[in-house]
Design a protein around this ligand. Structure first.
Ligand SMILES: [Zn+2]
Length: 330
């Protein structure tokens, strides 16, 4: 069919799609809009007329690098069929604009749109009109789904270092965004022992991003592949620092450090997809301490207190609230 005879358009009316909370807790995001079919000719006959919400999962480590089907897996998440079931073969549509409202809930455990170092997750609305005569009309609209954590109480991590009596406490905000710069409070206690004391000399911190993707072969390459798929991992540092001073020894036994930690570069938000794609982050802190004998001074003995906490990086929540907490209009 000539585009001059009819045209399709998709108007998304919902605000930016944000799933609030962790996948296990989130109530998801509501997508709604208008699917418009404008007939410019006196009338046209429809054989197929539908709108689909599609996901496109792409690996950057495919089993066959030149095979699009090994790279991309497309799925239909939601479909609206606008042909009445009573007239499945064809539908006469007169000149003018025909509007079809659509809506659906993107579930809270659906992975957010992602472009990590190993994989991408994209969503798209695809509208298709197939006339009884002529070629189909297709329209496509990208949909971005984000995840956000609503700011709340700080997160507290406690670490112990057996067999020593040393303990560490790390306090950071509960919401971290890709390019964050936040205050971290680190408290180390238990450094004074009976005959010696451990002096804090330096602290090294870094934030690591771990991406994974499981890449299955497409049906035509499954026989050649040795396994059901390949798991790829990529680990990189997205922020780091070294601190040699600035902590407050509140007494001989305890050090308190308040410092800024931040990230830089190209950072992906946390994601965990049932399609085999994940991105996670962790904060690693190494505290270097030297032993001082109370009677004779430095002994040359050193220890590295290494601690690791998993942190969650999401998009900022902005002023939004989950759809199920909105007050309905009266
Ligand atoms: Zn293939």
């Amino acid at each position: 069919m000539l585009q001059t005879q009819a045209s399709l358009s998709i108007l998304v009316e919902s605000p930016p799609l944000v799933s609030y909370g962790l996948p296990k807790d989130s109530t998801g995001a509501l997508l709604n809009g208008i699917f418009r079919f404008a007939v410019h000719a006196p009338f046209v006959f429809a054989k197929e007329f539908r709108l689909e919400l599609m996901s496109d999962i792409r690996t950057k480590r495919p089993i066959k690098s030149d095979c699009l089907k090994c790279i991309s897996r497309k799925s239909i998440l939601y479909a609206w069929n606008f042909l009445p079931l009573t007239t499945p073969s064809r539908l006469k549509m007169a000149q003018g604009a025909h509007d079809y409202p659509f809506s659906c809930l993107m579930p809270g455990n659906l992975a957010a749109s992602t472009d990590s170092s190993l994989a991408s997750i994209e969503y798209r609305l695809v509208g298709t009109f197939v006339p009884t005569k002529g070629s189909p009309i297709v329209v496509s609209e990208p949909i971005t789904l984000s995840r956000a954590i609503i700011p709340g109480n700080d997160r507290i991590f406690q670490r112990v270092f057996p067999p020593t009596p040393v303990t560490a406490r790390i306090v950071i905000p509960n919401t971290l965004h890709p390019l964050f710069r936040v205050e971290m409070k680190l408290t180390i206690t238990g450094l004074a022992e009976e005959v010696s004391t451990w002096k804090l000399r330096k602290i090294i911190w870094r934030i690591e991003e771990l991406s994974t993707v499981f890449s299955p072969p497409c049906p035509s390459h499954s026989r050649a592949a040795s396994a059901s798929g390949v798991l790829s991992e990529d680990e990189r540092t997205i922020g780091s620092g070294e601190i040699r001073k600035g902590w407050k020894p509140s007494n001989n036994n305890t050090y308190v450090l308040e410092t800024e930690i931040s990230t830089m570069g190209d950072i992906s938000c946390d994601v965990e997809s049932s399609a085999g794609i994940s991105v996670s982050h962790r904060l690693i802190i190494e505290a270097y301490v030297l032993e001082v004998k109370n009677a004779t001074g430095f002994t040359g003995n050193a220890r590295i207190l290494r601690m690791q906490c998993s942190i969650i990086i999401t998009n900022p929540s902005g002023m939004g609230i989950p759809w199920d907490m909105e007050i309905p209009p009266t």
